[in-house]
Design a binder for this molecule. Structure first.
Ligand SMILES: Nc1nc2c(ncn2[C@@H]2O[C@H](COP(=O)(O)OP(=O)(O)OP(=O)(O)O)[C@@H](O)[C@H]2O)c(=O)[nH]1
Ligand SMILES: [Mg+2]
Length: 487
């Protein structure tokens, strides 16, 4: 912003001749009624979208002038954006005063205008009073001698070249040429169409081609505008310049119609009665004071035009100083407001941050408390576990002891078992021996029995028989028995 302002200031001082400029610089005045596309054309020519920024610098009330610089074939081209005339006498006088002042100061300082671009909206269905006033003012400001350095740039064309609207616009252009601009075209002015384009680059190229064309035509010519000649060379008051006269005529014609209206308002309410009459009186009173206010404003405007260039310069200088200090105050106020806004935001942020931190601290406190509780629980659980662990350890030691004892018992039992097994084996062997002895004994006994039986059978019968028969053969039988016993 400050950089742009510096550029605008430099351009402005260059235009006023207060700063050194390249001798071959080209100055183009861009005029036209409000909304005719002046700033847009300048933005398209220079590639800058901030065509509003410099307006503050040379503003007078709501009207302002801004100067933009661009380069073309190594030369500086200055485009001077101007406010339009808009049918409000007070403001139109301000616009004329500002234009007359800056154009005259620059002319007095040997800065010349190369050409004028007057923008006209071809889309307007009719040439209204505002359009007419702008055209008349432009003609009066430039003067016939400078018509050769004026190009009327028609803007806002329909993009449909086969449509009805486009056809209507073409016939409007013809009407312009034949009626409103006839004298100017005869005096050397030209009409250029800023064709309506679909894209930004097409629009820019149309704007650049217009700039190229006027640059080629006027780059080496200098035009003295009528207002400059009148105010600087002839030292006329603004009121006596051609543009001043046009405006004065407009204003006085307004004054006359106001006065007529004021007279008419004085006519009594006629046959109106009651509420209707009261309402009519209120309306009349309102209009009456409105007209009186406008008359006073117009008189003041006419007074302003009685000033010479020097007086205007002093007044403008004063206004410029006031404007600059107002801008500075605005910037300072904005800065202060922004600083205050920042301070409040910062405070709010800090508050929020503190609140957040407090919340976090509280949460942490809660977490810590929870942790402490958990920790206490853990300690309790741990000591319970330790107690159980100790019990388990005792049990384990006890179990171990029992195991060792059992192992010992086991070993002893094992020894006993082995011994028992050994004894069993011995017993078994003994038993086996006994069994075999018994068997042998049984066999022997049986054999003895068998033998005795035999003996019995063989000896006892006969013996008994011998006994019965007188002892025959006893001695033999007894020796047989003793023999068998001994065997
Ligand atoms: N359709 C169309 N719109 C345009 C054209 N040129 C400008 N505009 C639009 O018309 C409006 C007014 O344009 P500006 O460039 O601000 O007109 P101006 O002459 O600088 O107006 P003031 O600064 O109020 O005097 C803006 O919305 C532009 O976008 C054009 O050639 N065609
Ligand atoms: Mg503008």
């Amino acid at each position: 912003m400050s950089n742009l302002l510096e550029i605008e200031t430099a351009n402005f001082l260059t235009f006023l001749g207060a700063q050194r400029l390249k001798p071959d610089s080209v100055f183009l005045l861009v005029m036209g009624m409000t909304g005719s596309g002046k700033s847009s054309l300048i933005a398209d020519c220079t590639g800058r979208d901030d065509a509003q920024i410099g307006h503050d610098l040379a503003s007078s009330g709501t009207n302002s002038i801004a100067i933009f610089r661009t380069g073309l074939h190594d030369r500086d081209v200055y485009l001077i954006d101007t406010p339009g005339f808009d049918d409000t006498n007070r403001e139109d006088v301000d616009v004329l005063t500002a234009l007359a002042h800056y154009l005259s100061v620059s002319y007095a300082n040997n800065v010349s205008i190369n050409g004028v671009l007057y923008l006209h909206r071809i889309s307007d269905t009719r040439i209204g009073s505002s359009t007419r006033r702008n055209l008349e003012m432009m003609k009066a400001l430039c003067g016939e001698d400078a018509f050769g350095n004026v190009a009327i740039v028609t803007t806002m064309w329909s993009s449909d070249h086969f449509g009805i609207e486009y056809a209507k616009q073409c016939s409007r252009e013809k009407e312009l040429r034949d009626i409103y601009l006839h004298g100017m075209l005869e005096g050397g002015s030209r009409i250029v169409n800023h064709s309506q384009c679909q894209t930004l680059s097409q629009r820019r190229s149309s704007a650049r081609s217009i700039l190229d064309m006027v640059f080629d035509t006027w780059k080496d010519t200098k035009a003295t505008l009528k207002i400059q000649h009148e105010m600087v060379d002839l030292n006329l008051t603004l009121k006596r310049t051609s543009a001043g006269k046009v405006l004065e005529e407009e204003i006085t014609s307004h004054q006359r119609s106001f006065e007529r209206e004021l007279k008419a308002l004085g006519v009594p309410g006629g046959r109106r009665e009651g509420q209707q009459r009261r309402l009519a009186d209120v309306l009349l009173e309102t209009r009456d004071s409105e007209i009186r206010r406008m008359l006073a404003e117009n008189n003041q405007a006419l007074d302003t035009m009685r000033l010479s260039l020097l007086e205007i310069h002093k007044k403008q200088e004063q206004q410029f100083i006031e404007q600059v200090s107002m801008m500075q105050k605005e910037w300072k106020d904005t800065l202060r407001e922004k600083e205050e806004e920042y301070r409040l935001k910062d405070l709010e942020y800090r508050n929020r941050s503190l609140y957040r931190q407090e919340k976090e601290i509280n949460q942490r406190k809660r977490d810590i408390q929870e942790l402490q509780t958990n920790s206490r629980r853990l300690v309790a659980t741990e000591s319970a576990l330790e107690y159980e662990r100790e019990t388990f350890r005792d049990l384990a030691r006890q179990g171990h002891r029992q195991l060792v004892e059992l192992q010992q018992v086991n070993r002893l039992q094992h020894g006993e078992l082995m011994k028992a097994k050994k004894r069993d084996k011995l017993l078994e062997e003994e038993l086996e021996k006994l069994r075999s002895d018994l068997k042998t004994l049984r066999e022997e006994t049986q054999s003895k029995l068998d033998t005795t039986e035999k003996v019995k059978r063989e000896w006892v019968g006969p013996l008994l028989q011998g006994v019965a028969t007188g002892g025959l053969g006893l001695g033999r039988s007894l020796s047989c028995v003793s023999n068998s016993r001994s065997s």
